[in-house]
Write a protein that binds this ligand. Structure first.
Ligand code: CAO
Length: 448
């Protein structure tokens, strides 16, 4: 026998939409299993199955608009079920604990719904998700319904509440009978998420990414985050949310600088000095900061002033096995390239050995993030607020550059300057990177 499940009498309700399809073709279902959730302009309702059997056809998709009498699902039953049978009149059931909770939570009891028009459909009918009298026609409830096909026990009002809060119901522990999820459970879940601090992920009115039960798709493993990674995640997130970022890209011709650096490394090898492009970059950046003071500033807390700093402390982003750490190289304007190279190498080593004193990570006025030793052509670093700019450096490459007469091989260094657009305009950023590139091309400019 094939039972047809139709949309029941929806009374005055308009724009009835399929918001959840809870079964798929081939599913074996029990009587009262929920099949589909509908929502109108006034209320929501679950359409349960009136019989047990196998779903042979699902005729609707989520988002479809339906109306009274629309065919939703066909169920193959064993035996001689009568699809067009008249419903048995049944007494009004005692409210379940869940219903009580819903009532306590401020909604009117289902009894008020039961006073609205009630019509049976040929094969099953709906129950309202909200208790607003709506014209949607709930059937008398027979007994505690069995778990729906999804295995989740939750009434329509609870499902609606979960949808409104953006809560994945499978993650909520049900405290009702047979593990049924109640309204208090959803409220408790939201409260605990907020208290645990994870709610702050969705701070500033930003909707949180819904939590997923990844085990639905395969095996998973939980890996704890290190304290360093958690701290840098908080800082990065805060900066990302507070600072309107723009990234300016440029290239510096460092052909001559690389020749000089290679030569210096050969000469100073015996002294144990190793010069990477980083020390020259710090030197050039400080010179650019002196010429463009806004890049060495912070937005005052009144948001009406800039704090222009007269010192040049450069943060160096260092990759460690525990995550990103940014030690600060102080008074970089008063140091030569060799000292900058030694100090930055020392700070990086201390960071990796977890030997940095706390104050070594404070007070930077500008940050440099070099991925040049690793690769890449460009990236968009996140400003290390309250600083207003950060320079990302990628790997240099030799490329043909036209000199007006012919192409010649030049060594080009990619620069990615992210900045706080509240403080720095795009034109200023372009001037800054242009100047910086020119200094890297000819470091003698610093003398001028
Ligand atoms: N182009 C080409 N080669 C480069 C280069 C560049 N831009 N920058 C460095 N190199 C070379 C170095 O010269 C060195 O070569 P040799 O081994 O032949 O001498 C090699 O790459 C490795 O350099 P390094 O990375 O060890 O040293 P460094 O001074 O360039 O950088 C440090 C030090 C601490 C910045 C770096 O080790 C590091 O941790 N970088 C990662 C920073 C990070 O994760 N940033 C992302 C944060 S998100 O904004």
């Amino acid at each position: 026998m094939i039972e047809k499940v139709l949309v029941p009498d929806v009374g005055e309700a308009q724009d009835v939409e399929v918001i959840e399809v809870l079964v798929s073709e081939g599913d074996i279902i029990a009587a009262d299993d929920s099949l589909v959730v509908l929502e109108s302009d006034k209320a929501s309702m679950e359409i349960p199955s009136s019989c047990e059997g196998r779903v042979v056809r699902v005729l609707i998709n989520e988002g479809d608009q339906v109306e009274e009498g629309s065919l939703l699902v066909e169920i193959e039953t064993e035996g001689d079920a009568e699809p067009d049978r008249e419903p048995e009149p049944e007494p009004e059931p005692e409210p379940e604990p869940e219903e009580k909770a819903e009532t306590e939570a401020g909604e009117s009891p289902r009894n008020s719904v039961s006073q609205t028009k009630r019509t049976e459909t040929p094969a099953g009918s709906g129950e309202p998700l909200s208790s607003e009298p709506s014209g949607l026609a709930p059937p008398p409830r027979k007994s505690e319904p069995p778990a729906p096909a999804s295995g989740l026990h939750a009434g329509p009002a609870v499902r609606k509440q979960a949808r409104e809060y953006g809560v994945e119901l499978t993650l909520v522990n049900g405290s009702g009978r047979k593990g049924r999820v109640l309204k208090e459970d959803v409220q408790g879940y939201v409260k605990s998420r907020l208290q645990s601090g994870s709610g702050s992920k969705g701070g500033m009115g930003i909707p949180e990414i819904p939590e997923m039960d990844f085990t639905r798709w395969g095996e998973i493993e939980f890996s704890p985050l290190s304290r360093t990674r958690k701290a840098s995640a908080r800082n990065l997130h805060r900066s990302w949310l507070n600072v309107p970022h723009v990234t300016q890209f440029d290239e510096a011709d460092i052909t001559e600088l690389e020749k000089f650096r290679t030569l210096q490394n050969e000469v100073r090898n015996k002294e144990g000095v190793k010069l990477t492009p980083l020390a020259f970059l710090i030197k050039a950046v400080v010179d650019a900061l002196i010429r463009f003071p806004r890049f060495n500033s912070s937005m005052a807390s009144d948001h009406e002033h800039l704090v222009l700093k007269k010192y040049y402390h450069i943060g160096i982003a260092v990759e460690t096995e525990d995550g990103l750490v940014v030690p600060v190289l102080r008074d970089a304007d008063s140091k030569g390239v060799v000292q900058l190279a030694n100090e930055s190498a020392e700070l990086a080593a201390q960071a990796r050995d977890k030997k940095l004193p706390m104050d070594a990570m404070q007070g930077a006025t500008f940050t440099l993030s070099s991925l040049g030793g690793l690769g890449g052509t460009a990236f968009t670093p996140i400003v290390n607020a309250p600083e207003v700019a950060i320079l990302g450096v990628s790997r240099s490459r030799v490329a043909p550059v036209f000199n007006g007469a012919e192409f010649e091989p030049r060594t080009l260094l990619p620069l990615s300057l992210s900045y706080d657009h509240r403080v720095i305009d795009g034109a200023e950023a372009a001037r800054f990177t242009t100047y910086l590139a020119s200094v890297l091309t000819d470091m003698r400019k610093i003398l001028m």
